[in-house]
Design a binder for this molecule. Structure first.
Ligand SMILES: [Zn+2]
Ligand SMILES: [Zn+2]
Length: 332
């Protein structure tokens, strides 16, 4: 099979992914093998490829927003039939036994493994995954539009939940890439007013097209105080900016696996019982709920589609904030 592998982390401008021919993996007991159709490209892939987050296994095939067809079943698998269309997100497996797993917080499991970090991901024609950590994809989404739901969508949904935004509330989104463009659709479905802060004029326009009531830059002051906010850009200086326009008792959720340092800030910004929390990974329940909601709303993802072999160029586009919506590699 064709696959793109990372042998050692390097800046994306140096084209760190190389195209290789590998034998297709065989599914172990409990696993399914997918013939990959499409795979989204995420900021986490960028952090991985550039070595900003841990690389426990090299070489590795990145990619964790995978849509594929089941083409081989490991022993004991009954969750999917051959030919089923399924999706694979960032959470590849969790231990199922630790205190986190037993309390519904498998996203925090110390033994959790992640797709494209501990196990080969979807920048390849085939991949294997534990059947219990793959999901049926609702009909009605073409493969390329479903792919970004698996991480951008799922983690955006978890961020919304952790931001404690309530129906009809005022929500701020900082950064407007793949995840925020899905989150705004869920927030609008809940009747929220959405305020979007981004440097990119194109992204501001995109946000207004998707129903934001206001779009500006992080240094701007919106016309109303926010009940909740989510930062999507990995920039620590956004934290005091977001707190500055958050009402007392409000929550700021930080959706970032890696972030530049948060600057020193006056205690006044957090006083008034404001909460700052990070969002880490996601659970299987998050994925099931988001996919269900995506079909019900329905969510429409804006995608830029590229051939698998252009993954390096796509990562560069992502780094430069040039992607409108989500970038997806067409594999099959
Ligand atoms: Zn666990
Ligand atoms: Zn991701």
């Amino acid at each position: 099979m064709k696959a793109l592998v990372l042998r050692e982390p390097r800046p994306v401008e140096e084209n760190p992914l190389t195209s290789v021919d590998l034998p297709a993996p065989e599914p172990a007991p409990g696993q399914v093998r997918l013939q990959v159709q499409a795979c989204g490209v995420c900021h986490t892939d960028l952090h991985l490829v550039e070595g900003e987050i841990a690389l426990p296994r090299l070489p590795i095939v990145p990619g964790h927003q995978i849509i594929g067809r089941v083409d081989a079943l490991g022993a004991g698998v009954t969750r999917f039939a051959l030919g089923a269309r399924v999706g694979v997100p960032w959470l590849y497996s969790a231990c199922g036994q630790c205190n986190y797993c037993r309390r519904g917080r498998e996203n925090l499991c110390d033994e959790a493994r992640f797709t494209g970090q501990h196990a080969d991901g979807g920048f390849a024609q085939y991949m294997v995954v534990p059947a219990q950590f793959a999901y049926a994809i609702p009909a009605g989404f073409p493969d390329e539009q479903a792919a970004p739901l698996l991480c951008a969508g799922v983690i955006g949904f978890r961020s919304l939940r952790l931001s404690e935004i309530e129906p009809g509330g005022r929500l701020g989104l900082y950064g407007f890439g793949a995840s925020a463009h899905v989150a705004i659709q869920v927030a609008r479905h809940w009747g929220c007013e959405v305020y979007v802060f981004t440097r990119s004029p194109k992204h501001r326009r995109h946000a207004l097209d998707l129903g934001a009531v206001w779009a500006g830059q992080a240094q701007d002051t919106p016309p109303a105080e926010l009940d909740s906010a989510i930062t999507f850009a990995p920039a620590g200086w956004l934290v005091p900016e977001a707190l500055r326009v958050l009402r007392k008792g409000g929550t700021l959720a930080i959706n970032a696996i890696h972030m530049s340092p948060i600057p020193e800030m006056p205690y006044d910004l957090i006083y008034g019982e404001r909460t700052v929390r990070s969002v880490a990974n996601s659970t299987r329940q998050d994925a099931e709920e988001l996919l269900h909601l995506a079909a019900a709303i329905p969510i429409h993802t804006d995608v830029e589609l590229y051939p698998l072999q252009q993954a390096n160029a796509v990562l560069q586009r992502l780094k430069q904030s040039k992607v409108r919506g989500a970038a997806v590699l067409q594999v099959a």
